[in-house]
Design a protein around this ligand. Structure first.
Ligand code: URA
Length: 197
């Protein structure tokens, strides 16, 4: 199958991720998880990193948090295939806590390149680690997730920080807040769908 230039670049990044040994996370992974979805989408979702299910399947957000994420996408009338979904780190981090070095290695080699090639116009950051990374990458100070559900306009894209869907699993009272944040931004998010190439 002939790949167009964008498909080729993404597939090259994916192949590198799958065999990556640039930090010690490769020692405990079953599968690296590059990301998946529509590479022409104007919407990119960025989570923290693979959990157990993602590590087994090599796909992002396929476990319990992924099930809730699918519901949230459904709620705003978006299909998973219409967005691109990836993570800050591509290998399962112990206790969901990648260290600074692992984040630096993985973002500078992979996430930054995925953003550069896919060129999203809206990045929905899921949780603190992704939000902090995208804010600081754009020279903005990140304090905490009190900015959830608010839209920020950065140089190359809008950023919409959302609570991580897994936080609703640990803290059910957050579930309603998360649903409200998605519903509140429904029209704004959907605007970017029309711009599919
Ligand atoms: N949590 C994440 O941050 N990413 C996944 O892919 C799955 C769970």
């Amino acid at each position: 199958m002939d790949l167009n230039p964008k498909e080729k670049l993404i597939s090259e990044i994916n192949e590198k991720i799958k065999i990556c040994k640039l930090c010690d996370l490769y020692k405990i992974r079953k599968n690296a998880v590059p990301g998946e979805g529509n590479i022409n989408s104007k919407i990119m979702l960025i989570g923290l990193g693979p959990g157990k299910d993602e590590d087994i399947q090599g796909r992002p957000f396929v476990g319990a948090a992924g099930k809730f994420l699918n519901e949230l996408l459904n709620l705003v009338g978006i299909k998973r295939e219409e967005v691109y979904i990836t993570n800050v780190v591509k290998c399962i981090p112990p206790n969901n806590k990648p260290n600074e070095h692992q984040i630096f290695i993985c973002t500078s080699n992979y996430l930054d390149k995925q953003i550069e090639v896919i060129k999203p116009r809206l990045i929905i950051t899921l949780g603190e680690i992704a939000t902090k990374y995208i804010f600081e990458k754009n020279g903005k100070k990140f304090v905490n997730m009190s900015i959830h559900g608010k839209v920020f306009e950065f140089k190359n894209y809008f950023v919409l920080p959302m609570f991580h869907p897994a936080s609703a699993l640990y803290n059910p009272s957050l579930k309603e807040k998360i649903i409200n944040d998605w519903l509140k931004n429904k029209e704004f998010i959907r605007k970017f769908l029309a711009k599919l190439e």
